[in-house]
Each structure stands twice: as structure tokens, then as C-alpha cells.
Design a protein around this ligand. Structure first.
Ligand code: HEC
Length: 158
């Protein structure tokens, strides 16, 4: 009886340690496949800051949050110079980052970072946004366009 309990404890301990170790290992080592590695290196070349001086005050504030939250594990230049520009792309990638162990990004923060990145892309990456919209399926084009418009309606001076 006693021995069985000890074995169970050891086995359980091993499972827990193993799981924690794997999670930590992933977060720290950031082992990436060759293609992803090449892509993120390409993204990281280029400016590490964004000139937000002409953006609305709320968007300036969200930029501070973005700079803080999105530079914890990699350079801020990675999202700044990435190929992602449409609302749906940002929504997918921000969620992906939020789910990473130790990301420390709340749902409310995620929404602000999303609003910043979509607003910024619509101005700084306008050519990329337009190109992606041209190539998108009609229904995706419409939803992405209305998400961008919604943000400008919300934040731009009337
Ligand atoms: C907990 C660590 C962590 C945080 C915090 C984090 N990232 Fe990342 N990010 C990663 C890792 C690891 C990768 C490598 C590729 C992957 O796993 O998606 C990555 C990759 C990326 C990529 C490139 C993805 C690709 O495959 O092309 C972008 C863009 C990005 N992050 C944006 C962001 C943004 C925006 C934020 C803030 C909301 C953020 N990251 C916060 C860990 C993090």
C-alpha cells in the first residue's frame, strides 16, 4: 500500500515535471523550423520603432502597450516589419502570441494591441493592405475593410 502510493507520487511528479520542462523549454529555446526562422529574421531587420506622432492619442497610448508587451520574447522589429497587415491576420497572430507560455497579455491588452496594429498597418503599410485586399476572397475583403473603417471611425478626429 505504502509502496504503491510512493510509486504513484513518483510517477505523477515525473509527469508534472516533464510537462513543465517541455513548456519552459519551448518558451526559452524558441526552436523554430528553418522556414519560420528565416522569416522572423527577415522581419527583424528594419526599424525597431514606429513614428506615431501623427496618430490619435488613444492609438499612441496603445503603441506604448504594444512596445512593452510584444518585445518580451523577441525584438519589436519582428511585428513592426512583418508581412501581416490585415485585421484578420493581426487577430490570428496576436491570439497565437497570447497563448504562448508566460506571454502575460490579457484579453483587454490583446484588443488594444490589435487596434494599434490594424490602425498602424492601414497607414504605414497601406500598399500592402491594398494589395492583400485585392487578392482576398470577396467576403474577406468586405469584412477586413469594414474592420479597418470601424477603427478609423472610432479614433479619427471628426
Ligand atoms: C511569450 C513570448 C512571446 C510574446 C510575449 C510575443 N511573442 Fe511573438 N513570437 C514568439 C515566438 C516564440 C515566435 C516564433 C514563431 C511562432 O512561434 O509563432 C514569435 C513570432 C512572432 C511573429 C512572426 C510569426 C511568423 O510565424 O511569421 C510575429 C509577427 C509576432 N511574433 C508578433 C508578436 C506580437 C504582435 C506580440 C504582442 C502581442 C508578440 N509577438 C508577443 C513569442 C512571443
Amino acid at each position: 500500500m505504502k509502496i504503491t502510493r510512493q510509486i504513484t507520487t513518483i510517477l505523477l511528479g515525473g509527469v508534472i515535471l516533464g510537462a513543465t520542462g517541455a513548456g519552459l523549454g519551448r518558451a526559452i529555446a524558441q526552436e523554430l523550423d528553418a522556414e519560420t526562422k528565416a522569416r522572423v529574421e527577415r522581419f527583424e531587420k528594419g526599424p525597431a520603432t514606429i513614428d506615431v506622432s501623427k496618430y490619435p492619442d488613444a492609438i499612441k497610448e496603445y503603441y506604448e502597450l504594444f512596445s512593452h508587451k510584444c518585445s518580451q520574447c523577441h525584438k519589436l522589429s519582428r511585428p513592426i516589419n512583418s508581412d501581416y497587415a490585415l485585421p484578420d491576420e493581426w487577430s490570428r497572430y496576436i491570439k497565437r502570441m497570447m497563448y504562448k507560455p508566460g506571454s502575460n497579455i490579457s484579453a483587454a491588452d490583446g484588443k488594444k494591441v490589435y487596434e494599434f496594429l490594424v490602425y498602424d498597418s492601414s497607414i504605414r503599410k497601406k500598399a500592402m493592405v491594398d494589395d492583400k485586399l485585392t487578392k482576398a476572397k470577396p467576403e474577406d475583403k468586405t469584412t477586413n475593410e469594414s474592420k479597418i473603417k470601424e477603427l478609423h471611425d472610432k479614433y479619427d478626429a471628426k
